[in-house]
Design a binder for this molecule. Structure first.
Ligand code: ITT
Length: 195
C-alpha cells in the first residue's frame, strides 16, 4: 500500500519541472519521486488529451499511481501557436525563432497552460489545469529555468521573465504550480480514497 496523499510519482524527463513540483508539493507535505520512464506523447490539439494518454500509458508500464504534466505556450497574435506543439517548436526554432515571428508585433499577450493528469491502476485519469497569463518579451532575459522562460514575462512579475526568477518565485506565478496545487489539494484531501 502506498502512502496515498503523502507520495506522488512524477513521470517526466524534465528535471526543471520535477524541481518545480518538489517545491510546490513541499507546501502540502507531499514527497515526490521522478520516474524517468518513456510514456507515449500523442499529437493532439488539446493538452488534456495528450496528458491523459501519457498518464494511461505510464500506468501500463509501471503499475504505479503517477502524475504526468503537459504544458504549452499560447501566443495570441499567432492564434495560439505553438500551443500543444511547444516542444517541437522549441527544439526547432527555439526562443530566438519566436522572437523573430514576433518582430514588430505590438500585441504581445501570451499564456502558458498546464495540465497535470493523475492516473492509477484502480482509477480513471483525472486532470488539473493551471494558466499563467503574461507577455512575450522584446528580447531574451535571464538564465534560470528552461524552454521559453527567457522570453515570457508573467503578469504581476514586475516585468521580469520566468528565467529571471528563482524556482520559488516562478512557482508564485506559474501555470504548472497552479495545476500542481489543485492536484495536491485533491490528493491530500482524499483520505477515504484507496489506490
Ligand atoms: P516531459 O518529459 O514532462 O514531457 P517536456 O520538457 O517534454 O517534459 P512538455 O512537453 O510539457 O515538457 O512541454 C513542451 C515544451 O513547452 C517544453 O519543451 C518547453 O519548451 C515549453 N514549456 C513548458 N513548460 C514551460 C515552462 O514552465 N517554462 C518554459 N517553457 C515551458
Amino acid at each position: 500500500m502506498f502512502p496515498r496523499g503523502r507520495l506522488a510519482f512524477f513521470v517526466t524527463s524534465n528535471l526543471h519541472k520535477f524541481n518545480e513540483a518538489r517545491q510546490v508539493f513541499s507546501e502540502y507535505k507531499v514527497a515526490t519521486a521522478m520516474l524517468k520512464i518513456k510514456a507515449v506523447e500523442i499529437q493532439d490539439d488539446n493538452l488534456e488529451n495528450i496528458a491523459k494518454a501519457s498518464a494511461i500509458d505510464a500506468v501500463k508500464t509501471c503499475g504505479l499511481p503517477i502524475i504526468v504534466e503537459d504544458a504549452g505556450l499560447f501566443i495570441e497574435a499567432l492564434n495560439g501557436f505553438p500551443g500543444p506543439y511547444s516542444s517541437y517548436v522549441y527544439r526547432t526554432i527555439g526562443t530566438i525563432g519566436i522572437l523573430k515571428l514576433m518582430k514588430n508585433v505590438d500585441k504581445r499577450d501570451a499564456y502558458f497552460q498546464s495540465v497535470v493528469a493523475f492516473n492509477s491502476p484502480e482509477e480513471a485519469p483525472k486532470c488539473f489545469h493551471g494558466k499563467a497569463k503574461g507577455k512575450i518579451s522584446l528580447e531574451e532575459r535571464g538564465s534560470l529555468g528552461f524552454g521559453f522562460d527567457p522570453i515570457f514575462e508573467p503578469s504581476g512579475g514586475g516585468n521580469r521573465t520566468f528565467a529571471e526568477m528563482t524556482t520559488n518565485e516562478k512557482n508564485e506565478h506559474s501555470h504548472r504550480a497552479g495545476a500542481l496545487r489543485k492536484f495536491a489539494k485533491w490528493y491530500t484531501s482524499g483520505s477515504k480514497r484507496r489506490f
